[in-house]
Design a binder for this molecule. Structure first.
Ligand code: CO8
Length: 255
């Protein structure tokens, strides 16, 4: 198996486990990852994605496997990658990328689809596809510019340069920076914090922010009003507010 999946207190951790190839993604791994994410839906309240070993999150799509692809193969591979990223973005459950080393090409693109990106200070990030004579096919041309803005995004896309974690943090490419070796622990602690919150509220907050981000403000505000109203049909809203008034911790049931 190229994936390790563990569960702890509503937090599912999925580890891409191909360290000899710096966790490079081939087609089987993309299929496995998509299935693991779909299966995590029932139990998990937050999902952490990371790479095995201390060197890489994911060093990209597998270059050896891609080398002989025809344009038709490449189209199918890219579509398969997009299905995986859509699964991550549209998952009810938030996802956190714990970037413990190289996040390059398809590896960075995978992290870009996650809701939170936490990197260790020794991480290196970039989209070096143009140095290989191709472009990102895994959402990088779209998500990088949406997250960084067109100028910063094109700087990375067109040069293919790799940046260190400090620059990635300064530009907003990663959301949190931690000492070497601590990305996974920080991601799991963050996931546990998310998992203690009302699960339906967390799912609605993610959905509303993501859908609103691609819409105009008026549409986004409308989505927010409807989602806010929907919260008041849940037991979790009653429990959360009653627990505050009782000066105790809430126990959310996700209904
Ligand atoms: N694919 C296949 N094998 C890889 C990859 C990769 N992306 N990255 C590393 N490896 C392998 C190396 O070939 C090497 O194998 P071997 O031991 O058999 O020689 C092993 O992993 C260890 O790597 P290195 O010896 O190169 O380790 P270094 O510390 O010297 O260098 C680097 C680390 C800088 C990360 C270097 O390995 C590197 O540059 N890797 C390639 C990075 C890259 O260009 N990534 C982008 C790939 S293209 C891409 O992701 C396109 C995605 C869009 C399509 C997706 C559609 C789904």
């Amino acid at each position: 198996m190229s994936l390790k999946v563990t569960q702890d207190e509503h937090v599912t951790t999925i580890t891409i486990n191909r360290p000899k190839r710096l966790n490079a993604l081939d087609e089987d791994l993309i299929t496995e990852l998509t299935h693991a994410l779909q299966e995590a839906q029932n139990d998990a309240r937050c999902i952490v994605l990371t790479g095995a070993g201390d060197k890489a999150f994911v060093a990209g799509a597998d270059i050896a496997a891609m080398k002989t692809m025809t344009p038709q193969d490449a189209r199918r591979f890219s579509q398969k990658g997009h299905t995986l990223l859509d699964t991550i973005e549209n998952h009810d459950v938030p996802t956190i990328a714990a970037i413990n080393g190289f996040a390059l090409g398809g590896g960075l693109e995978l992290a870009l689809a996650c809701d939170v990106r936490i990197a260790s200070e020794n991480a290196t990030l970039g989209l070096p596809e143009v140095t290989l004579g191709v472009i990102p096919g895994f959402g990088g041309t779209q998500r990088l510019t949406r997250i960084l803005g067109l100028g910063q995004g094109l700087d990375l896309l067109l040069t293919g340069r790799k940046i260190d974690a400090t620059e990635a943090h300064r530009t907003g490419l990663i959301t949190r920076l931690v000492p070497p070796g601590e990305a996974l622990q920080e991601a799991q602690n963050t996931a546990k914090t998310i998992a203690t919150n009302g699960p339906l509220a967390v799912a609605l907050a993610k959905k509303t922010a993501r859908h609103g981000h691609d819409a105009n403000l008026q549409t986004g505000d409308h989505l927010e009003t409807e989602a806010f109203a929907a919260c008041f049909a849940t037991d979790d809203q009653k429990e959360g507010m009653q627990a505050f008034l009782d000066k105790r911790e809430p126990t959310f049931q996700g209904r």
